[in-house]
Design a binder for this molecule. Structure first.
Ligand SMILES: C[S@@+](CC[C@H](N)C(=O)[O-])C[C@H]1O[C@@H](n2cnc3c(N)ncnc32)[C@H](O)[C@@H]1O
Length: 269
């Protein structure tokens, strides 16, 4: 379950108090028995985290309370620390969202070259959306060419980081907004290019419909992942089923990287 992205001993379990509700909902759906058991130990030992999870996601309040109750009264210091490290390690994907400077150093972002996006689409003068922008890997690559780029990101600390990075780099044509791929805060037919990386795929049909909705007739949807080191058997069949074209390259780290694109029918005006 862990990507091995963090040393859990270096993080406080209190960072769970910084998680956005969208991330807590993902955690609530974990069905791994050991994870649930260890999370229960953490929640039993840290009533403030149990309270915060319940307040953030009332629909899962009873679920989290049950995990804490099943774990029973807090054990010794050793058991608590072991559970904290287990949970932080298993949730490394979410912990890095809270520490964007750590996320920026992950291979899939740090080793990626902006040309990999630019060779997919002519962004000059275009109105571009980056969904689940993260640290802005795609958004900042597009900004020097596009007319305007919107970086849509549901995690508050990542939005704060994007704003700080925009100031630091002196980028003028980038706007940072809250929103999810399932509910994009934009009108129909707004964008020439709608792009994302490592976001599309929880609910292919619904997310595809929402991305199509905000894409102009004749515009493009692009899925441009970073420099993975994972070997893959082939392109994502669900994405192909939705009619996307794809290309493949071997990353510098030996992984199979598939990029996807689809043009929305109709003519741009
Ligand atoms: C693996 S990171 C990828 C970040 C960036 N797109 C990249 O490729 O470098 C996934 C990003 O999607 C965001 N995210 C998570 N759930 C999302 C959702 N339902 N809709 C949009 N973005 C989401 C996360 O906060 C995170 O920034």
């Amino acid at each position: 379950m862990s990507y091995g992205w963090i040393d859990p001993a270096k993080y406080s379990i209190n960072c769970l108090l910084l998680l956005d509700d969208i991330l807590i909902r993902v955690i609530a759906k974990y069905d791994d028995a050991e994870f649930r058991n260890q999370l229960g130990v953490v929640l039993a030992a840290h009533p403030a985290i149990l309270w915060y999870f319940g307040e953030s996601c009332p629909e899962y309040r009873a679920h989290f309370a049950a995990l804490a109750a099943e774990a029973g009264p807090a054990g010794g210091e050793e058991e608590r620390r072991r559970a904290e490290h287990y949970v932080l390690d298993a949730l490394d994907w979410a912990v890095v969202y809270l520490y964007p400077e750590v996320m920026e150093r992950l291979g899939y972002i740090a080793d990626w070259q902006p040309e990999k996006l630019l060779e997919m689409a002519d962004l000059r003068g275009k109105t571009v959306l980056d969904i689940g922008s993260g640290t802005g890997r795609l958004a900042f690559a597009a900004a020097p060419y596009a007319k305007v780029v919107y970086a849509c990101e549901p995690v508050g600390r990542l939005r704060a980081y994007l704003r700080e990075k925009k100031r630091r780099l002196g980028v003028q044509n980038l706007y940072i907004v809250d929103g999810t791929i399932a509910e994009l805060p934009f009108p129909d037919d707004m964008f020439d290019v709608v792009m994302s990386g490592h976001v599309f795929g929880d609910d292919y049909e619904a997310e595809y419909r929402e991305m199509m909705r905000v894409t102009k007739p004749g515009g493009y949807i692009i899925d441009c992942p970073g420099e993975d080191d994972r070997q893959k058997d082939g392109p994502d069949p669900e994405v192909l089923r939705l009619g996307f074209a794809y290309s493949h390259y071997k990353s510098g780290r030996g992984g199979d990287v598939y990029r996807y694109w689809k043009q929305k029918a109709g003519f741009a005006n």
